[in-house]
Design a protein around this ligand. Structure first.
Ligand code: C2E
Ligand code: MG
Ligand code: MG
Length: 381
């Protein structure tokens, strides 16, 4: 819904909401109360329904709302995520019932939407755990207790062409949290902006140390999240960090996932254009997992596409993955872009990628992400 509002305007968004409300009304009984809570969230109260009926109605709602809406001759799709809480089984006060329905709705959303979930007590546990992670991550960020590991990218001759900076974090109990977990939580809050700023500063500090030690440090790539792409002040912040640290812009790169860059191509283009104008390098991460339009691909100021590891993983056994890799490399080269294969673990994968004309690889075959000390040794060698 946000994407529709941003790209087609609030007028289209408003009309979509009206159509959605009309479809909801068709699915419920006259005695049921329907209300819009705000944004794209609706609440339906269904008194005296027995539970098989709830499932029927929920199924009908999902099916009806998943059909495309035609507004201004444009087909819009907004598959809904439904969360259900039942009174008195789950709770018997309004506030808790709505909160539980909300939790169930997020669980449906996390499964990709277009479905309904009943509230279950273990969802509460998951929500509490999330909140706990969020709180501790906020504290760690404030205290600077996030580590940066670095993984080399190498060309087909084995020379290091760059490094990727990857965030590493441990909870107070010493347990390391998987980056995909804490990054996802940070992305739901504005924490990702703070984490992103922190990563840029930390990388600049590291580059300064390496340069001071006489090490010819290669360019370092920092991952950018979708939320950071929406922050218009981001390029100025980066410029300031570069000036303060004395690091030339050519030593810094940003990796943007294909999904993030294509979410709102116009604003992504504006922001990435600014970063490119400053002399920074940009690559498209996890390529093949999102939906790029060729026009957008051509207009983004990119240096490289990073072929997602899911295609690299089975490249030696799955003909489709091999075809995707070959196609990506041909596409990239015809657009004047490099291809970096992610997650290369075996010699067989490397050989195939080499034969396909892939430019660079990154993966456990070459080196795992490691703390800066380990990289210092490697760079000196
Ligand atoms: P990514 O940017 O695609 O990073 C590559 C991931 O692949 C890293 O996972 C890396 O450790 C892993 N990897 C590298 N070589 C291999 C291999 O040969 N085999 C396998 N199985 N995996 C390999 P990691 O460090 O867990 O990071 C996961 C994701 O979290 C990253 O995916 C990135 O999207 C995100 N992330 C990490 N640090 C940051 C950050 O500072 N900011 C943002 N916005 N995202 C970050
Ligand atoms: Mg990356
Ligand atoms: Mg990737």
């Amino acid at each position: 819904f946000k994407m529709i509002n941003d790209s087609l305007g609030h007028n289209v968004g408003d009309r979509l909401l009206i159509e959605v409300a009309a479809r909801i009304k068709l699915c419920v009984r006259g005695a049921d109360a329907t209300a819009r809570l705000g944004g794209d969230e609706f609440v339906i109260v269904m008194p005296r329904l027995t539970s098989p009926d709830v499932t029927t109605v929920a199924g009908r709602l999902v099916e009806s709302l998943a059909q495309p809406f035609v507004i201004d001759g444009r087909e819009l799709r907004t598959p809904p995520s439904l969360g259900i809480s039942v009174c008195p089984q789950d709770a018997d006060d309004v506030e808790t019932l709505i909160r539980y329905a909300d939790t169930a709705m997020y669980s449906a959303k996390a499964q990709g939407g277009g479905c309904f979930h009943y509230f279950a007590p273990d969802m509460n546990l998951a929500a509490t755990k999330r909140l706990h992670i969020e709180t501790e991550l906020r504290e760690s960020l404030a205290a600077g207790h996030i580590e940066v590991h670095y993984q080399p990218k190498v060309d087909m001759g084995g020379r290091i062409t760059g490094l990727e900076a990857l965030a590493r974090w441990r909870m107070k109990n010493g347990v390391a949290v998987d980056p995909s977990v804490f990054i996802a939580i940070a992305e739901e809050t504005s924490l990702i902006n703070e984490l992103g700023d922190w990563m840029v500063s930390a990388v600049c500090r590291q580059l300064t140390d390496w340069r001071a030690a006489g090490i010819d440090a290669p360019r370092v790539a920092v991952n950018l999240s979708a939320r950071q792409l929406r922050l218009a002040s981001f390029p100025e912040k980066v410029a300031l960090t570069l000036v303060e640290s004395g690091i030339p812009a050519r030593l810094l790169e940003f990796e943007v996932t294909e999904t993030a860059a294509m979410e709102n191509p116009e604003s992504a283009l504006r922001l990435l254009g600014k970063l490119a104008d400053m002399g920074l390098t940009l690559s498209l991460d996890d390529f093949g997992t999102g939906y790029s339009s060729l026009a957008n691909l051509r207009s983004l100021p990119l240096k490289a596409l990073k072929l997602d590891y899911t295609f690299v993983r089975d490249i030696a056994v799955d003909g489709n993955d091999l075809a995707i890799a070959r196609g990506t490399i041909a596409l990239a080269h015809s657009l004047g872009l490099h291809v970096i294969a992610e997650g290369v673990e075996t010699v067989a994968q490397w050989e195939l990628l080499h034969d396909l004309g892939c430019d660079e690889v990154q993966g456990y075959l070459v080196a795992r992400p490691a703390p800066p000390e380990a990289l210092t040794a490697l760079l000196l060698r």
